[in-house]
Design a protein. Structure first.
Length: 46
C-alpha cells in the first residue's frame, strides 16, 4: 500500500479528462437531439 500523502496526478488527470469527455458528449447529444426535434417539426425527417 503506498502512502496517500500526495494525490495521484495521473488518476486526477484521467478523472478530469473523463469528466470533460462526459460533459462534451452530453452537450453534443443534447444539441443533436434538439436539431432532430426541429427537423421533425419542420417535416424534413420522414
Amino acid at each position: 500500500m503506498r502512502p496517500r500523502i500526495m494525490p495521484d496526478v495521473a488518476s486526477l488527470e484521467a478523472l478530469a479528462n473523463a469528466g470533460r469527455a462526459l460533459d462534451s458528449g452530453a452537450m453534443r447529444d443534447r444539441a443533436v437531439g434538439m436539431g432532430a426535434a426541429q427537423w421533425m417539426e419542420r417535416g424534413d425527417v420522414a
